[in-house]
Design a protein around this ligand. Structure first.
Ligand SMILES: *Cc1c(COP(=O)(O)O)cnc(C)c1O
Length: 416
């Protein structure tokens, strides 16, 4: 500890300002002007400091706050067994590994985690990536390319869109959940060698679900395969928390089940579960897997533990859904519009961008931490606040949140 503290006090040497070519400088300065403007008008809600573990009660900027934002759906991030297993893995292996799984870093923890993810998802095998983002990019780019077609819902996560672009396949998008449009695209796809349909299971801005049964019907009719991103569904959706594919009972009709270890499972990493043939193919072709360092042992041990806890503590899933119903019904009773939400992701649609930021400020002053979204993160006139419910919010937390929303809504004038 002593030497660490010493290292942080070494003064940085003074440097002369380095000239920047004009084309770069203009872009950087333009961005800085926008950011400064947002900060001055108190419209800037990024990088609010988190100074505690992720519980419903957090510390931020030295204040105690009620956290109503974030993906810790089951409350596992600070679970004693998660901490203990992660620490034990560090004691055994240290903090990091010497390379990728392919060459030198496939530990028994990685082997067990792959098997556990596959079993959990009802598939033969699974592959791990360092993040969900990288998993989508690496998987889509490995599955399709030049001469192929990839079809994507317009509201899919950015990592899916980036994967589609990187793949080099022709990209077609359909308006959110519009099955007629998806059908038309597939109807005219005869000239392509391979067709991949990719959707989110749960949509992260609206909290609604993909129409998976209809998507599977179309895929089977037109010889496409389906990839579902279960980032927000893993541990939460379906009778045993396996995801939206379990919720809709289409596990055997979805070829590529993608998910993350970073949301309900409270660690970091992405995965694809599928047939042995698919996973072996990805292990030897997905560049995001091959050219990236294996998950740290503590992360693999934590994720293994989280999957055990999803089954061992089903009360967490029951609680997250009970809290979701209590909060969403409460918001609607007050007069808020919660859009299409049917999951623990609850948007509060305020539309007027200025009122959204005012609401966010008032709530922040009341000690309630929520996230606000403005275009281009959401479509024009679809600005919103967004709340996540978790298993570890108490009924009192939920009611306090509702009370603050009601007061803030009246103060800002978005409630009648
Ligand atoms: C969060 C998220 C990802 C990215 O996962 P990370 O592990 O955070 O990189 C991918 N897809 C969806 C739908 C997400 O919400």
């Amino acid at each position: 500890m002593e030497s660490f503290e010493h290292a942080t006090t070494i003064a940085a040497p003074a440097r002369a300002e380095q000239p920047v070519p004009q084309a770069f400088a203009e872009e950087w300065e333009h961005m800085q002007t926008i950011i400064d403007g947002a900060r001055e008008s108190e419209l800037y809600f990024y990088f609010r400091s988190l100074e505690s573990g992720v519980e419903p009660r957090i510390r931020s900027r030295g204040r105690d706050m009620l956290l109503l934002a974030g993906n810790n759906y089951l409350g596992l991030a600070t679970h004693p067994l998660m901490r203990a297993r992660a620490i034990a893995a560090i004691e055994e292996y240290g903090t990091g590994l010497p390379g990728n799984q392919l060459l030198n870093s496939h530990t028994p923890l990685h082997q067990r985690l792959e098997e556990s993810v596959a079993r959990f998802k009802g598939k033969e095998d699974a592959i791990l990536f360092p993040s969900g983002y990288q998993c989508n990019v690496g998987t889509i780019a490995a599955l399709v390319g030049d001469g192929d077609l990839v079809v994507s819902d317009k509201l899919n996560h950015a990592s899916i869109l980036d994967g589609c672009k990187l793949s080099g396949a022709d990209l077609r998008t359909f308006a959110h959940n519009k099955m007629r449009k998806l059908g038309e695209i597939l109807e005219r796809s005869g000239r392509y060698r391979k067709r991949l349909i990719v959707v989110d299971g749960v949509y992260s801005m609206d909290g609604d679900l993909a129409d998976l049964p209809a998507i599977c019907d179309l895929a089977e009719r037109y010889e496409a395969i389906v990839m579902v991103d279960e980032a927000h569904a893993t541990g939460v959706l379906g009778p045993t928390g396996r995801g939206t594919v379990e919720h809709f009972d289409v596990t055997d009709r979805v070829h590529v089940v993608m998910g993350t270890l970073s949301k309900a499972l409270a660690c970091l990493g992405g995965f694809v579960a599928g047939s042995r043939a698919l996973v072996e193919y990805l292990r030897h072709s997905a560049r995001g897997f091959i050219f990236s360092t294996a998950l740290p042992p503590a992360v693999a041990a934590g994720a293994l533990t989280a999957i055990e806890l999803v089954d061992a503590e089903p009360w967490r899933r029951e609680r997250v859904w009970a809290n979701t119903a209590r909060f969403r019904d409460g918001l609607r009773a007050i007069g808020f519009d919660t859009g299409r939400s049917v999951t623990p992701i609850i948007p509060i649609m305020v539309r007027d961008t200025y009122q959204v930021s005012e609401m966010a400020q008032v709530l922040d002053r009341m000690g309630v931490f929520v996230c606000a979204f403005f275009p281009p993160a959401v479509p024009p006139n679809r600005s919103r606040l967004r709340v996540h419910m978790t298993a570890v919010h108490t009924a009192a937390d939920v009611d306090e949140g509702l009370e603050c929303f009601a007061r803030a809504g009246r103060e800002v004038g978005v409630l009648g």
